[in-house]
Design a protein around this ligand. Structure first.
Ligand code: SAH
Ligand code: SF4
Length: 390
C-alpha cells in the first residue's frame, strides 16, 4: 500500500480553511493544485495526471459531486478520494424569481457570510452575474454594495461555486445518455456582482480558469466580462492572465465628478485610467472595452457630458453601456429621465460607438445592478427581529 502523506494546506498553497472534518474541497483548485492534492492523498505518481482528468470531468463537465458516482474510477480509489476530499458548493439560502425571469440567489459561504448571484435570461443569451467579495472596500456613492464594508475576499472555490450552483438550479448539467442540449442557459458570466474583482485578482483568475477549462464548464474567454471601478495597476493582468473581456465603471467625464461618484478616481484619475485602457493587451474592435455609465439625474447626464465622453473615448475600441440608475433606500441620486438617457445615447451613437441602454432586470426582487446587499441585510434584520421575538 502506498503511504498516504498528510494533506496540509501548504501542499495546496491556498489561503483557505479546511472544511469540517479536515477534508479539502476540490472546487476552485487549479489543475496543478488538484494534481498536488491527489498525489498527497496517495495517488500513484504514474496515474495522477489521468486521475486529475477523470475527476475534473466528473466535477466540471457532469457536475457530479459524489465520488461514489464517479463510475470509471475503481471503488478503492473512490473511497480514497472520499477520505480526503469533498466537492462542496456554497449553500443557497434563498432563491427569488422575478416577474421577468431573473433569478437571484442568496448564497451562504464559510463563516456565515452571504453574497448574491443573479441570473438574467435574455432571448439571445443568459448572463450570470457573480460576486467576488463580500461587500466592497470602495465606496462609490451610487452603489448599494459600496455602503457595506468589505468582510472578505471570496476564495476561488466560492467564485466557481456560484457558477456551479446556478447551473444546477437551471438544470444545465449534461445527463449521461441524453443528447446534449443546443445552446447554453448560462452563456455569459459577468463579474459585476458584489465587490471589486481586481482587489481579489488571484482568486478571480483561478476561478475563471476553471470556468473556462475545455474539459469542464468550457465557457469561452470572450463570454466572461470582468468589471472594474478602475484599479489601474491590475488592469493589464486581466488580459494577460485571464484573457476575458473588460468593462470599466466610468460614470463621469470630469475628475471632479468622478472623484465624487467613484472615489478610487482620486488615486487613479481619468487620464491615468484611459492610458491603462489604451494599453489593454489584445484590445481590438472585436474585443472592445465596455464603458459602464450610470445615468444619474442632473449629475452626469448632460449633452456636454456625452460630448466629453466621446472625446475621452477617442482611439479606444469601446462600447458604452448606459445604465439607468437603480434606486435603493436612502440613495442620494435619482434616475435620469428617459429623454435624457436617449439624448445621451444618440450623441454617443452618432460618434460611432454602440451605446445600448441597459434594461433594468429583476428590480422587483432588488436584483438590478447596484442593488445587491439589501436582501441579505434585510433578511438578517428580520431574522434578528424574529429571534428577539422568540
Ligand atoms: N466593483 C466592480 C463590479 C461590480 S459593480 C465595478 O464597480 O465595476 C457592477 C456595475 O454596477 C458597475 O458598473 C457599477 O458601477 C454599477 N452600479 C452600481 N450601483 C448601481 C446602481 N445603483 N444603479 C446602476 N448601476 C449601478
Ligand atoms: Fe464596489 Fe463596484 Fe460598488 Fe464601487 S460600484 S462600491 S467598486 S461594487
Amino acid at each position: 500500500m502506498t503511504a498516504t502523506a498528510p494533506i496540509t494546506q501548504d501542499v495546496l498553497t491556498l489561503p483557505r480553511k479546511l472544511p469540517e472534518g479536515g477534508l479539502i474541497n476540490l472546487i476552485g483548485l487549479t489543475r496543478d493544485q488538484v494534481l498536488a492534492a491527489l498525489l498527497a492523498a496517495g495517488t500513484p505518481a504514474g496515474q495522477a495526471k489521468m486521475r486529475v482528468r477523470q475527476v475534473w470531468q466528473w466535477v466540471y463537465y457532469w457536475g457530479i459531486r459524489d465520488f461514489a458516482q464517479m463510475t470509471n474510477l475503481a471503488k478503492d480509489y473512490r473511497a480514497l478520494l472520499a477520505e480526503h476530499f469533498v466537492v462542496e458548493l456554497p449553500e443557497v439560502v434563498t432563491r427569488q424569481v422575478s416577474a421577468d425571469g431573473t433569478r437571484k440567489y442568496l448564497v451562504r459561504i464559510a463563516g456565515g457570510h452571504e453574497v448574491e448571484v443573479v441570473y438574467i435570461p435574455e432571448t439571445d443569451r443568459g448572463t450570470l452575474c457573480i460576486s467576488s467579495q463580500v461587500g466592497c472596500t470602495l465606496t462609490c456613492s451610487f452603489c448599494h454594495t459600496g455602503t457595506q464594508k468589505l468582510v472578505r475576499n471570496l476564495t476561488a472555490g466560492e467564485i466557481v461555486g456560484q457558477v456551479m450552483l446556478a447551473r444546477g438550479d437551471l438544470g444545465e448539467w449534461p445527463v449521461k445518455g441524453q443528447p446534449k442540449p443546443d445552446g447554453r442557459l448560462i452563456s455569459n458570466v459577468v463579474l459585476m456582482g458584489m465587490g471589486e474583482p481586481l482587489y481579489n485578482f488571484d482568486n478571480v483568475r483561478d476561478a475563471m480558469k476553471v470556468v473556462m477549462d475545455d474539459e469542464g464548464i468550457a465557457l469561452g474567454r470572450r463570454r466572461i466580462t470582468l468589471s472594474t471601478s478602475g484599479v489601474v495597476p491590475e488592469i493589464a493582468r486581466t488580459a494577460l492572465e485571464i484573457g476575458c473581456l473588460l468593462a470599466v465603471s466610468f460614470h463621469a467625464t470630469t475628475d471632479e465628478v468622478r472623484d465624487q461618484l467613484v472615489p478610487i478616481n482620486k488615486k487613479w484619475n481619468i487620464a491615468t485610467l484611459l492610458d491603462a485602457l489604451r494599453a489593454y493587451p489584445g484590445l481590438s474592435n472585436s474585443e472592445r472595452i465596455t464603458f459602464e455609465y450610470v445615468m444619474l439625474d442632473g449629475v452626469n447626464d448632460s449633452k456636454d457630458d456625452a460630448h466629453r465622453l466621446v472625446d475621452l473615448l477617442r482611439g479606444i475600441p469601446a462600447k458604452v453601456n448606459l445604465i439607468p440608475f437603480n434606486e435603493w433606500p436612502g440613495a442620494p441620486y435619482k434616475r435620469s429621465s428617459g429623454n435624457r438617457i436617449h439624448a445621451f445615447a444618440d450623441i454617443i451613437h452618432n460618434a460611432g460607438y454602440a451605446s445600448p441602454i441597459r434594461t433594468p432586470r429583476g428590480e422587483d426582487i432588488m436584483a438590478a445592478c447596484g442593488q445587491l446587499k439589501s436582501e441579505s441585510q434585510k433578511q438578517r434584520r428580520s431574522a434578528q427581529k424574529a429571534s428577539a421575538a422568540e
